[in-house]
Ligand binder design. Structure first.
Ligand code: ADP
Length: 534
């Protein structure tokens, strides 16, 4: 039942009046002060002291029930018992003794004479000479978390009045223990939170409504001023003088939750700043939380990628043109039409062509991702679909596919969209259906709309895609590997990525459903509401 116990000797005894005295009232006042204590051990020590003083007890013992989750290790052990001996005494007392009775009945009581009351367990080696005892439980949430026993060498020392007095002390003590526990929990949560805040690599600054610093983490200190130790209470504006990042930050305070990029010339770094508002429950205190994330590396990578694309578009294209030119010349110069070199040259020419297409595709996707949309035109989606069907008819016919349109676009409003990109997206989906459907297939284009969206889909009865590949088909360079590579249509794995980006830039959504061996449906929707460029 219980494994720990404690005892203290009160300083002095005193007579036991039956009416409240000035001392008793003073005691109650002292007991109420317990609620102000925030350390658990302090509360317990004080309770023991006060209870003993209240009733003139000569010794006090405290038994904790299991599950009270309180670490009382430092408290002294009753009767000088230690280790196993103490455990034996405690378990016997809690099992058969007076403390056990109080615990089981959840109410206090007193023993007038330990020699006649069967609830008192007398140990063989007991030299304490206790003749009367008073015991009360500490109850928290209906559960007994501890029992305190007051002892005296004379019989008939304790009376009903004592019991009431100590019960009041115990009730107050239970509340004080609860308070101390809550305080302890809050403190440990705060420590945890603080450790987390300090550990994050982004700079984090919390300011109040007057833009004075409330909290900073280690990363923020480096950014604000590595030489300084005390940041709390200082105005954020102080730091704007030596780093324009903070001028920008302060400038964004009046705009609701914001996210922006800024460069610090002092640090030679680029940052992404996020500002959110905070306020306490009552709303009297408020301010901003600023998170500053170093994006220098990302920016450098971005610049590197742009440079690579520039190289790809110009520096790669010229040697490719040269190779293609020389391959043509070799072809022309070959006198023997059956020479095996002719086949080698043809392979060079096809490879060069494929490389050229790949470069074009990469540049096209990049352009879609980064250049502003041409949103000036109000486009007629019904008309655009018809143009697409005309453009793709020949492509489909080359593989003897039947290409049909089911259109329900009568009365569709014109929308603001980039017509070239939307047309490219539609054509790419149809081109894929043509490519991944064996000769003589059926390809159906469906269009419709409702109050908010325009829907476009292409269904084929081609080879289909295994479910495991579906989540990835819109990623750049992703191609479904077929068992028989020779049969696989050529491609760069960029077509669907381009469609995805076009639709995303227009705030629409793309989807796919497919069954291997039966066919696929690729579709997207675009919002009919007015679009601003993303
Ligand atoms: P690719 O240049 O390879 O066609 P895409 O990005 O257009 O690149 O398509 C990615 C992959 O998705 C293709 O390699 C193909 O495996 C699969 N796929 C796309 N459309 C279809 C379709 N209609 N039917 C079956 N598979 C398709």
């Amino acid at each position: 039942m219980s494994t720990k116990l404690a005892v203290t000797k009160p300083d002095s005894g005193r007579p036991t009046p039956n009416q409240p005295t000035f001392e008793d009232l003073q005691l109650l006042a002292e007991v109420s002060q317990l609620l102000l204590l925030t350390d658990l051990e302090g509360v317990v020590e004080r309770v023991i002291e006060l209870a003993a003083k209240a009733v003139g007890a000569s010794a006090v013992s405290l038994f904790l029930t299991e599950g009270s989750h309180i670490d009382w290790n430092h408290l002294r052990t009753m009767r000088g018992l230690v280790g196993e001996q103490a455990v034996k005494v405690v378990s016997t007392v809690m099992d058969k003794g007076f403390a056990g009775w109080v615990h089981a009945h959840k109410k206090g009581d007193y023993i007038e004479d330990t020699q006649t009351d069967t609830r008192w367990v007398i140990f063989e080696d007991d030299k304490t000479n206790v003749r009367s005892a008073l015991c009360v439980p500490f109850i928290l949430d209906g559960e007994v978390v501890a029992v305190v026993t007051l002892l005296h060498e004379e019989p008939y020392h304790f009376n009903e009045f004592h019991l009431r007095l100590v019960t009041i002390v115990a009730n107050q003590a239970a509340s004080a223990i609860r308070n101390a526990q809550l305080f302890y929990n809050v403190q440990s949560h705060e420590r945890q939170l603080n450790a987390m805040v300090q550990a994050i690599s982004d700079a984090l600054i919390v300011v109040d409504h007057e833009h004075r610093i409330v909290l900073v983490n280690e990363a923020a200190k480096l950014l604000l001023d590595p030489q300084q130790v005390q940041f709390r209470g200082r105005a954020l504006a102080e730091y704007a003088e030596h780093d324009s990042v903070f001028t920008e930050v302060i400038g964004h305070f009046d705009v609701p939750p914001s996210n922006f990029e800024v460069r610090s010339e002092r640090m030679q770094k680029d940052y992404q700043v996020t500002i959110t508002d905070w306020q306490n429950n009552a709303g009297q205190e408020h301010g901003h939380v600023i998170v500053i994330h170093d994006i220098t590396m990302m920016r450098d990578l971005g610049r590197f990628k742009d440079e690579m694309l520039r190289v790809a578009s110009h520096d790669l294209r010229s040697p490719l043109a040269l190779i293609a030119g020389y391959a043509d010349m070799i072809d022309i110069d070959l006198e023997d039409p059956s020479s095996p070199i002719r086949e080698h040259v043809s392979i060079i020419k096809t490879s060069v062509e494929r490389m050229g297409t790949l470069i074009d595709d990469v540049l096209r996707v990049e352009r879609v991702r980064t250049t502003p949309l041409e949103l000036h035109e109000q486009i007629d989606l019904a008309g655009l679909t018809k143009v697409v069907m005309v453009n793709m008819r020949l492509v489909a016919a080359a593989k003897a596919h039947k290409l049909s349109l089911k259109s329900e676009l009568e009365g569709i409003p014109r929308i603001k969209a980039d017509p070239v990109l939307v047309r490219q997206a539609m054509e790419n989906l149809i081109a894929n259906a043509v490519k991944y459907t064996p000769t003589g297939g059926q390809i159906t284009v469906e269009t419709s709309y409702d109050a908010e969206r325009f829907y476009f889909s292409v269904t084929d009865n081609g080879i289909g895609i295994e479910e495991t590949h579906l989540p990835y088909v819109f990623e750049s360079f992703y191609r479904v590997e077929s068992m028989n590579n020779a049969d696989q249509p050529r491609g760069s794995g960029l077509g669907l990525s381009l469609v995805y980006n076009v639709i995303a830039r227009h705030h629409g959504e793309i989807w796919v459903t497919s069954k291997i061996g039966e066919g696929s449906t690729f579709g997207f929707w675009l919002p009919l509401i007015a679009l601003e460029d993303a």
